[in-house]
Ligand binder design. Structure first.
Ligand SMILES: *Cc1c(COP(=O)(O)O)cnc(C)c1O
Length: 385
């Protein structure tokens, strides 16, 4: 039995390991010089927009919503075709989630659905760059005209991508990243928040650091003593340690290479799938240069589960991304109903993510394609290459 090919995985080199070991031998394990350096390196990818690192992508969302001032009684508009944290981190601040459906080609938040969901209570509209393809940010801005809500980009999939030539990280008021091992770069666990407004970035940094205020000019009791720090607004400890920031810096040096390999694999899949009946490849808008994180296909004729089971049995670790968020029992128990976002729900019933990561070889990819082809024919699939 060969090992299961995963749907995504990290790429770690000896340089990454050396970067981590160097920090372990030094004076700072957590907040030290690597944090500032990683944030500066990330800002080169966001077009200069300021970045605060945090301990994971869920924390990034929690920090971003807190920095946006989300609280009880506020509404946050979220598409259901995402990881649950895009919504649940706002629920943690007392917000009410308003689900808005996705468009039927990119499966990113549909600007028309967002416009219909915005009310006077909307604090944030959250778009998700599904699979690494950016949402239509200019259209989303228009759909929010007249509202003072902030636009958030959950870019857990899309760091390194561009929209009309503008980099992900510069497209929304707030952008969140995840550096989980399957994502476009990794720090094991890790994430970051980018914010256009320096005041919002400052608030994000404070929330990340237990709410501590240290800047003398901001202290309410500045003459208390050299040790003194104050909490003005409550926060949590969501710091990303120096050790992991060093890994992130090392990984970021290969982000362009990672993106190029992912793009090449996507082109190979597109070509192979063009001749295959019963399955549709992902689409790309002309204005998007995606940093593909997933390769999401649609399996037609109600055969997704069968194809999933056959491919898994043949050692191909396909995945489903995602169960519509409002179907999770925690949301169902709050009264959210199936059927409310038909495009996302229909897409979910067909969706299957094929393996995609920089270390996937052409030969392994060919095996994925062979197994998919056999599964669609309904024939038994050999489990070894
Ligand atoms: C991975 C992911 C997150 C959460 O990131 P973690 O680092 O796993 O907490 C949030 N949103 C989306 C769309 C993701 O894919």
């Amino acid at each position: 039995m060969t090992r299961m090919l995963p749907y995504g995985r990290q790429s770690i080199t000896e340089d990454d390991i050396a970067a981590v070991a160097d920090v372990l031998r030094g004076d700072w394990l957590t907040t030290g010089p690597q944090v500032d350096a990683f944030e500066a390196d990330l800002a080169r990818w966001t077009g200069g927009v300021g970045v605060a690192t945090v301990s994971n992508g869920t924390a990034a969302l929690h920090v971003a919503y807190a920095a946006a001032g989300v609280g009880p009684g506020d509404e946050v508009v979220v598409p259901p075709m995402t990881f649950v944290a895009t919504a649940s981190s706002a629920v943690a601040l007392g917000a009410k989630i308003v689900f808005a459906d996705v468009d039927d080609e990119t499966f990113c938040l549909d600007p028309a659905a967002a416009a219909a969901a915005v009310t006077s209570r909307t604090k944030v509209v959250s778009a998700v760059d599904y699979a690494g393809h950016p949402a239509d940010y200019d259209a989303l801005r228009q759909s929010m005209a007249g509202s003072d809500a902030l636009l958030l980009a959950d870019a857990a999939h899309s760091i390194g991508g561009t929209y009309h030539g503008r980099p992900v990280g510069s497209l929304a008021d707030l952008t969140t990243f995840s550096f989980f091992p399957t994502k476009n770069l990794t720090t094991a666990e890790g994430g970051a928040v980018a914010a256009l407004d320096p005041q919002i970035l400052k608030r994000a940094r404070r929330f990340r650091g237990v709410g501590m205020v240290r800047e003398r000019d901001d202290l309410r009791y500045p003459d208390e003593g050299g040790w003194h720090q104050e909490v003005h607004e409550f926060g949590l400890n969501y710091r990303l340690p120096d050790v992991l920031c060093a890994l992130g810096r090392s990984q970021l040096r290969r982000l362009a290479e990672f993106k190029a390999r992912r793009t090449a694999l996507v082109a190979r899949y597109d070509e192979a799938l063009a001749d295959l009946d019963g399955v549709l490849p992902p689409t790309r808008r002309s204005w998007a240069d995606p940093a593909w994180h997933l390769y999401p296909v649609r399996v037609l004729d109600g055969r997704r589960r069968e194809v999933y089971d056959r491919m898994r049995a043949a050692g191909i670790g396909v995945q489903v991304n995602y169960i519509p968020v409002h179907w999770h029992p925690a949301f169902a128990d709050l009264g959210y109903r199936r059927g409310s976002c038909p495009v996302a729900e229909s897409f979910y019933s067909q969706q299957l993510s094929l393996p995609l990561y920089p270390g996937l070889s052409d030969a392994d990819q060919d095996r994925v394609i062979d197994v998919l082809t056999a599964a669609l024919r309904g024939s038994a699939v050999r489990s070894a290459a």
